[in-house]
Design a protein around this ligand. Sequence first.
Ligand code: SF4
Ligand code: SF4
Length: 344
Amino acid sequence: MSSRKGEGNPSVRVPCSFDLGVNTGCNSRCRYCSFWRQDHQDLAFELIRKFFRGIVALGGRGPTVNVVGGEPTMRDDLPLILAEGTGLGLNMVVTSNGYRLAENAYARQVVGAGISQVVLSLDGFEQTNDELRREGGYRLVRAALATIRDLAPGVNLGLLSVVSGRNISELPDFIEEMLEGGVVDNITLQALTNDLGSTPDTPWYLSNPLWPSNLDEVEEKLEAIARMSEISGGKLRTSPGQIRFWKHYFREPARVLQVRPCSIGDTFLGCNPQGNIVLCPFLPPVGSLVSDNVLDCFYSAAADQRRAEIAVCRSACNFTVNCRYELLSGAASFRGEKREHQSV
Ligand code: SF4
Ligand code: SF4
């Protein structure tokens, strides 16, 4: 019988998706993110290896590890990290701003590590993207996409775009060009939320210059994008329902402040660049790889406490807005009906 609290308890589900933050700091300057203001700090390779072994020990089928940062390509040893994961049978995904992957030699090492997917970031055509992210960024990412396609045609190429007031007007055309032209295999959209480095639940959108002001245009463009999603055969990965939900989000953001229970504890486990194990990126860690292993953290008393907090959390965090549509969209309320935890 296990000595770990919660181990063997059927209500504690082993996650299928793992985030590994390999560093802090970033070489971009995105207007909706403060990660680039952080000092650069790498998570020790030994702790990364410990994390991978912990995932394997947790069990579960086909675990996917999403390697993030900061900006993971700022590490020269990223290819070694990825190879360590694939060598243990883990499905490795790299999420990056893509700038350094425009370097052929570095991109060759990264895709040569056996990864299954690369997700790069573009928010629109050149002028818009570079205004939102970094001067010269668009050309670097387009070069990176072409390089990876050429080096490793079997690697799934994805794009991540943040929907904001600055890019909404051109987003349908941009998505069409990226998908129809076969530039990428798929696109995932995220709605603008509070900066990941800040605290959710403040009315941050009131003073954010990227928050859309022309809400009629937002509705029209989001409806056009939702229709594109319906016929995209999954290439536009964000579901039509989620895209239509954002019409309400942009019109009445305060209404998502109170929602039904969060599911993140069932699907997610993360290791941040400090080596802390988290069940939710916005709540305190449940342990540290410096002193514990993944199993001990996952089945700890702190993890039980965190699961209880998650079950009652009503935060309007990034996950709420971008990954929890099904919970929110019991959104009968958005069709004018009354909702259980209505906040406004
Ligand atoms: S959004 Fe990504 S690419 Fe942009 S500054 Fe933040 S971490 Fe860097
Ligand atoms: S809603 Fe979920 S993901 Fe967001 S802060 Fe609460 S527990 Fe974390």
